[in-house]
Write a protein that binds this ligand. Structure first.
Ligand code: P5A
Length: 446
């Protein structure tokens, strides 16, 4: 993409309404525009990151054997009356009436609708295990929408629903989600810690939240200092192997890690003092096992091997896809702007032409741009006739991890400059070597 043809409405001033870095930087970098409290349009740069996160979530769900579907945002009230949640959900639910006077709602979550799909089509235990998921907009009329996309009213969520014959199988689905989530967050360059939590309006008594540590997080968390050191890395996972998957979950959940809702002071104090950590965290996902809560209420049964009709065992599993954009920025920024991890960056590399209109510089930049595109990468070329300082400031603000700078002096010596946004370190090299380096870097992130 050439910046002269892009829509990147960056703001020079800090927007007064933004209290935290991610909100401020998303507005300043022209990623989003607020349309109403807690409701945002996603502009090209923001939308690219949202799509990238969505892509990683899809890939890891499919790797775990889960099936993508798409359910509507609007739901009929009667399904929620069947489960008993229509009244229980309270003022957070946006209720709508259509022209025929039928009660509808903008879905805050989809347990009822997926149970309805299941009961319409699945009869036998032989169809199990099955996990259906989608990535779809949700609406929760939060009392205090704040911090931009972190606590929105309309927000983008991945929500998956597992169906199993037995509790044991349902717990395997829970574990499978935990491992798939760990991998998903790691691919984005995030450490998200599973913590024992409270189930709230979704229900059930087995639930973990995934928290990214950040001073601006809304939750207070307590954990063993050894927990953030755990990493899944690139180990092979066979998602059908119950014991292997359970073993990984044990590794990640045996050490103390809880949110304030389930915090147990006595247990925490059993830890050596220098390992007792208290911090704040951003909840970027939550998994639930709730057994037959919805299947019993809504008549979702399967024929068991013994020929009996039994309510199906269920769980639901969510990732805050739009919230992750904010969480990623909270975890990756400095005073100049965003620093995207390679896994989610909107463009792989920036190209800055220090002397637009100079034949040698223009031709070197065009060559770099073409070579990066040819290698399957997506560069952003700042081809505007701006001062060098303004170009650098824009690149630093939007946070592409790598920048190639092309200037007349360098080009005369067949050199360009490759700069890391994270470390600020620059190195001179030929254009060919710079392209090869960028290609290698992203090869490692495929
Ligand atoms: C699990 C999937 C559920 O709704 N039902 C379907 C279950 N869980 S949850 O924890 O309530 O939400 C899942 C994730 O969505 C994000 N989230 C939000 N993001 C932005 N703004 C909000 N107002 C908001 N509310 C929830 C969180 O990341 C949460 O973990």
């Amino acid at each position: 993409m050439r910046l002269s043809r892009y829509f990147l409405p960056v703001l020079k001033e800090n927007p007064a309404e933004a209290q935290i870095a991610s909100h401020r930087l998303m507005l300043r970098a022209g990623m989003i525009k607020q349309q109403q409290a807690g409701i945002y349009s996603w502009l090209p740069l923001g939308f690219k990151v949202l799509r990238r996160i969505e892509e990683i979530v899809h890939e890891e769900q499919i790797r775990a054997g889960h099936l993508p579907v798409l359910m509507p945002t609007l739901q009929p009230a009667d399904l929620w009356q069947e489960s008993g949640r229509y009244d229980a959900y309270g003022p957070e639910m946006l209720r709508i009436t259509d022209r025929h006077g039928r009660d509808m709602l903008y879905g805050p979550t989809n347990e009822e609708m997926i149970t309805d799909i299941f009961r319409a089509h699945v009869e036998s235990y032989k169809s199990l295990p099955m996990t259906l998921y989608h990535i779809q907009w949700k609406f929760r009329d939060e009392v205090r929408p704040r911090f931009g996309v972190m606590r929105g009213r309309e927000f983008y969520m991945k929500d998956g629903y597992s169906f199993d014959l037995t509790k044991e199988d349902a717990l395997h689905a829970y574990n499978r989600h935990m491992v798939a989530y760990l991998r998903t967050y790691e691919r984005m360059g995030l450490t998200a810690i599973p913590m024992r939590a409270d189930s709230g309006p979704i229900g059930g008594d087995n639930t973990h939240e995934f928290l990214v540590l950040a001073p601006t997080g809304e939750s207070e968390v307590f954990y063993d200092a050894k927990v953030p050191e755990l990493h899944l890395g690139d180990r092979e996972v066979d998602y059908d192997d119950k014991d292997a998957v359970a073993e990984i979950c044990k590794e990640f959940t045996s050490l103390y890690a809880r949110t304030d809702e389930t915090h147990d002071e006595a247990l925490f104090n059993d830890l050596p003092e220098d390992r007792r950590c208290t911090a704040r965290g951003i909840e970027v996902g939550q998994i639930f096992y709730f057994g037959t809560k919805y299947s019993e209420a809504m008549g979702a049964t399967v024929n068991s091997p013994e020929g009996k009709k039994v309510p199906v065992e269920m769980g639901s599993h969510g990732i805050g896809v739009s919230r992750l954009v904010g969480a990623l920025i909270e975890a990756n920024h400095d005073e100049k702007g965003i620093i995207w991890p390679e896994g989610v960056t909107p463009f792989h590399c920036g190209i800055v032409n220090l002397k637009q209109g100079d034949a040698a510089c223009d031709s070197a930049c065009d060559g770099l741009y073409a070579a990066l595109k040819k290698a399957g990468l997506d560069p952003l070329y700042d081809d505007r006739s701006e001062r060098a300082g303004a170009k650098f400031a824009t690149m630093d603000l939007i946070g592409l991890p790598w920048r190639i700078t092309v200037g007349p002096r360098g080009i005369a010596a067949n050199k360009v400059e490759l700069t890391s946004r994270r470390t600020g370190e620059s190195e001179e090299m030929s254009a060919e070597v710079a392209v090869a380096r960028i290609v290698d870097i992203y090869e490692a992130h495929r």
